[in-house]
Design a protein around this ligand. Sequence first.
Ligand code: ADP
Length: 448
Amino acid sequence: MFDKVLIANRGEIAMRVNRACHEMGIKTVAIHSTADANAMHVRMADESVCVGPPPARDSYLNIPAIVTACEVTGAQAVHPGYGFLSENARFAEIVGEHGIVFIGPKPDHIRLMGDKIEAKKAVKRLGIPVVPGSDGGVTNDDDAKRIAAAIGYPVLVKAAAGGGGRGMKVARSESELSLALATARSEAKAAFGDDSVYLEKYLQLPRHIEVQVLADNQGKVIHLGERDCSLQRRHQKVWEEAGSPALNAEARDKIGAVVTNALTKLGYLGVGTIEFLYENGEFYFIEMNTRLQVEHPVTEMITGIDLVREQVRVAHGGSIGFDQSDVTFSGHAIECRINAENPLTFRPSPGLIKDFHVPGGLGVRVDSAAYSGYKIPPYYDSLIGKLIVHGRNRNECMMRLRRSLSEFVIDGVETTIPLFQSLVTEPDIVNGDYSIHWLENFLKRKVG
Ligand code: ADP
């Protein structure tokens, strides 16, 4: 096993990786910007290296500084967490060229799935159902109009390089299409430096259901069931559950088998998530994330499998020590993303956390790097932590979630806790009856 791993991230996910490494007897190196010198992820690691000034492009995205940090500390592997460099194929390659193991998939697979047009073509060939749409990019408005008429309105214009819901625009009729194309292209150009876009049928009331996979380099691919991430605002996940209230064991096994077959053919390595929209009993692929996801803990809670430990093991060349038939799903888990934001407008609220008290008790997990007296810097995302609750069934999980939310104290900054407190009493949420549009409609009713 590795002796030392460098964690190329910050905040709760750096803490999460640090925990898994320490349990495995692996020493850790934290990196940090000057803004994070006193951060908890730095204090918990065995060593730390400052990699630059506060802006992420100069620190957490600074590839030469991070590779140098590996070399000076003797770290044999890098865990990228999520965000930052986690889906940067060039980073994975450079790390490899320096004789350091990238704890993640092969660079070619990161690159393939990072281009959503190519990814869609590839998974379709591997037998995964996709959303009807343009078979590739659309470069001119006339082609787009012809394709949109064939798939039927409404259509969604999406960026090939997309992520975080950016570069996505709905056109409800032909008259809206030119503007949607232009807006999506310019948003994509600004966010990703690439203005290629493609078209998809805009599904009306789907759920977002994603399948977690784990693969070793001996050809074994296992799925760990699904997560339902339908509760979203501006295409960003807010609340995630495992399993999905909309799936039964038969549907889960069926889509799990489709996904594991496809990734076996691809020769995938590490953890990954295949994201689908699910409507009227049908799955439609939207994208694959070639990294650990924010919401991975709900899967851990119902399977008992430590996804980060497995990531490290398979990156080291180890085989998955269990079979698909050994994976069992026990109970239900829900995660709430607690952000430093206004609970209704989602305006960021960085600043000093004066008082921080986390809930506890049976089935309650809080993944966070915050503490009383911690000052949330304005440079990075606004995630303070994740509240993850497990119960023997969904009803028990909801009871425990209500109780945990009432115990959680974060004073000094605005947080999304009040939003979750109102969600847990909504009949649709209690019944698990919601689509990807439910939360936006709820917020419209609340905020007007
Ligand atoms: P990103 O990479 O920006 O996160 P995704 O392709 O994963 O983009 O889509 C994010 C969210 O946007 C989905 O979870 C869903 O809510 C919505 N979405 C994406 N594609 C469609 C579609 N064809 N129809 C309806 N909603 C969609």
